[in-house]
Structures are given as C-alpha cells and as structure tokens.
Ligand binder design. Structure first.
Ligand code: HEC
Length: 141
C-alpha cells in the first residue's frame, strides 16, 4: 500500500507536465511506474512490482473480453479492448477488472488516473497498449 501511496505522490508532482503525444512516452511516464514491460527476471524486480506486468494484465483483459463479448475477429476484439482500457484508466473497479482475485490480493486496485492523464493521452496510449502487450495470437496487423 505504501508503495502505491508514494507512486501517487510522485504522480502528483508531474501534474503540471504538458500534454504528451507519443504513446511510448505516455506509457513510460504514466503507466510504467506500476506496470513493468515484462515479467520480473529476479527477486528484487518481483518484490518491487506495484501492479501486474503489462503482458500479464493484458492476457487477462483480452482473453476475458474475447470469451464474454465473442467478437467476430481480432480487429473487433481490439476495438472492445481499447474502449475497456480507456474507461479503466479513469474508472477502475474490482467489478470491471478482468484480473484474477490473486492480483487484487497482491496489488490491491488500480487508482483512477483522471488527475494525472488527459482523455487525449488515454486515447493515444490505449491502442498502443493493445498492440504491444496483447497475446500474439490476438495481434492485429
Ligand atoms: C499506481 C499504480 C498504477 C498505475 C500508475 C497504472 N496502473 Fe494499471 N493497474 C494497477 C493495478 C494494481 C492493477 C491490477 C488491479 C486492477 O485491475 O485494478 C492494474 C490493472 C490494469 C489493467 C487491467 C484491467 C482489467 O480489466 O483487468 C490495465 C489494462 C491497466 N492497468 C492499464 C493501465 C494503463 C494503460 C496505465 C497508464 C495510463 C496504468 N494502468 C497505470 C496499477 C496501476
């Protein structure tokens, strides 16, 4: 919990930063302090994790949406997933999350990021998150 609080304080310090347009930079500045790009490669990395690493979170989200919404193809799946991510950034909740209970036991919840990221930035980063972290078989060319 303390970890999340110090991350939030760090985020507040960035509040006045100007609008970002590069999705990789948005992710790096606004998501990566909690979501690592890859699975942890040693104990120290494992202990410092504040959230599921991104490919793990995306595996739950994409397979969950695929099972529940039954999209016709990967493009439609991407559209549904991007909408979910955009909403989740501002209104996260245990009911909406596709993460397993163990994730909530370990990391608690994702805080709403509304004061820290703009709607435009969320719109730019959400499709990039899909393209870079969705399981390979769901990739859209
Ligand atoms: C302060 C830490 C923190 C930050 C910053 C953060 N997240 Fe999260 N996020 C979490 C935690 C913890 C979870 C797992 C629990 C949950 O689903 O709420 C999570 C879960 C998620 C999920 C899975 C949602 C689901 O339906 O299962 C997605 C997608 C996600 N985050 C995307 C993002 C994106 C994109 C950003 C940057 C704009 C971001 N997060 C920034 C902590 C964070």
């Amino acid at each position: 919990m303390l970890k999340i609080v110090s991350i939030l304080i760090f985020m507040m310090l960035l509040l006045n930063a100007k609008e970002l347009t590069d999705p990789a930079v948005i992710f790096q500045k606004k998501c990566q302090m909690c979501h690592a790009l890859n699975s942890p490669s040693n104990d120290a990395e494992l202990k410092s994790m504040a959230a599921p690493y991104m490919p793990l979170a995306m595996k739950s989200v994409v397979t969950g949406i695929d099972a529940i919404e039954e999209p016709k193809n990967n493009q439609e799946l991407k559209t549904l997933t991007v909408a979910h991510i955009k909403d989740y950034i501002f209104n996260p909740s245990a009911e909406k999350s596709f993460c397993e209970d163990i994730i909530f036991e370990k990391f608690r919840y994702m805080p709403p990021l509304g004061r820290f990221i703009s709607k435009e930035e969320a719109t730019i980063v959400a499709p990039w998150v899909y393209d870079n972290f969705a399981p390979i078989k769901y990739k859209v060319d």
